[in-house]
Design a protein around this ligand. Structure first.
Ligand SMILES: Nc1ncnc2c1ncn2[C@@H]1O[C@H](COP(=O)(O)OP(=O)(O)OP(=O)(O)O)[C@@H](O)[C@H]1O
Length: 386
């Protein structure tokens, strides 16, 4: 969708901001450009909508060499969100949001209806906020209006320059979550500049890590964190990249262990005898559909005589859905002071994740990224197997 071919930008004073850059962004992909101040991220992005012209090389958007496209026409196909938002202070939020559709000649009513729809999508009730002016909103709310406005004419491409940079960390995380949710449904091709590696990892399908004027590594968040291409990238992503990696590695069914199990309709005494024979001290209790109900201790089952397991099972709150990041599972373990968490697909119980399995999943995913294969193809020798 966006292709850079050997693009260089030298400013009049001789600064080489971008040096011989080639990369591609696929349709519907979200790529984050991350790197220290002054490394050429903004220059890269502003060349895509021709606010800056390259000195050498070519840029293609949707197969078209953009140097041959009228810049005004080009920008109508490319939404642009900047940190300072740039809302018109004397226009209402609804009018601000409808700016681009109105410019490209949509009928007034249609433009306003579209603006209201977009405000709703970014989490601002158009009835409540549509008639306000920008200075009557919080920084985070203004930022949402900026995103809504950029999407209003439904451009296939969205450029975002530090879109969440000006808000506090909590609001920032909310805006990021909401943006990801929205992106999952609108699937724009997005190029986002940030200097925050956490944000780059959280939002990007792929990340371009910039050194001075060049991309040092262009890869998935997992690969950048697990296998930094150069010492520079390793340094930039930080010594805690293992921790960061927890948030981008998702739980798969193959990562799980099967714990001792008991059925709710089983007799407690029979279940206790069976579990003791296996050397188990507790069991996860499932209903007849295999859905998670809770857990029970073997000693309490043994004491319960002819009661059913279901009468003794405790509710269990330490569970996570399959596909959740390992970090979520780790957080739940800590929150409930538990040695494992149950993993569910809907309500169905799939197995448990233990700290050893969590480590194994992380290790496998690092190796899988290095080898370019899926995680289940990686052999793993665990200490506990020895
Ligand atoms: N108009 C200009 N004239 C001369 N040099 C410029 C101009 N604009 C940017 N530069 C220089 O080009 C280099 C890259 O700047 P750019 O704004 O692309 O960096 P950046 O990675 O986006 O940085 P930041 O995170 O601080 O915004 C910097 O050294 C900057 O000083």
């Amino acid at each position: 969708m966006i292709r850079f071919e050997r693009v260089t930008k030298r400013y009049a004073d001789g600064t080489t901001a971008v040096d011989d850059l080639s990369f591609e962004v696929a349709e519907g992909e979200l790529v984050t450009l991350v790197g220290p101040s002054g490394c050429g991220k903004t220059t890269t992005m502003m060349m895509i909508n021709r606010l800056i012209e390259p000195t050498e090389g070519k840029i293609f958007v949707d197969g078209e060499d953009i140097s041959q496209v009228d810049p005004v026409q080009l920008r109508r196909r490319i939404g642009y969100v900047i940190q300072q938002v740039g809302l018109f202070p004397h226009r209402t939020i609804l009018d601000n949001t409808a700016t681009v559709p109105a410019l490209v000649g949509w009928k007034r009513a249609k433009a306003k209806a579209r603006a209201a729809e977009l405000l709703d999508m970014v989490g601002l009730d158009p009835k409540k906020y549509g008639s306000r002016y920008p200075d009557q909103l919080s920084g985070g709310q203004r930022q949402r209006v900026g995103v809504a406005r950029a999407l209003a004419a439904d451009p296939p491409v969205l450029l975002m320059d530090e879109p969440f940079g000006a808000v506090d960390p909590v609001v920032r995380e909310q805006l990021q979550d909401q943006f990801l949710e929205m992106q999952a449904s609108v699937r724009k091709t997005v190029v986002m500049v940030t200097h925050d590696i956490e944000e780059a990892v959280r939002l990007g399908d792929r990340i371009a890590v910039y050194g001075q004027g060049r991309i040092e590594q262009f890869d998935s968040p997992g690969a950048v964190l697990g296998n930094p291409a150069t010492p520079y990238v390793a340094e930039f992503v930080g010594a805690d990249r293992g921790l960061k990696r927890l948030s981008v590695t998702r739980i798969e069914a193959d990562d799980l262990e099967e714990p001792p199990l008991a059925r709710l309709d089983e007799s407690a005494a029979a279940a206790a005898a069976r579990l003791r024979a296996q050397g188990a001290r507790w069991a996860v209790c499932l209903d007849e559909d295999g859905d998670l109900h809770g857990w029970a201790g073997v000693d309490e089952l043994a004491l319960a005589g002819d009661a059913q397991v279901g009468e003794l099972a405790h509710r269990m709150n330490s569970w996570v859905p399959v596909g959740a990041p390992l970090k979520t599972a780790f957080g739940v373990m800590l929150q409930h002071d538990a040695g494992w968490v149950a993993v569910l697909d809907g309500a169905r119980f799939l197995g448990v994740l233990t700290p050893a399995k969590l480590h194994e999943a992380l290790r496998r995913s690092v190796d899988a990224d290095a080898l370019g294969v899926s995680r289940d193809q990686v052999e793993f020798d665990s200490v506990s197997d020895a």
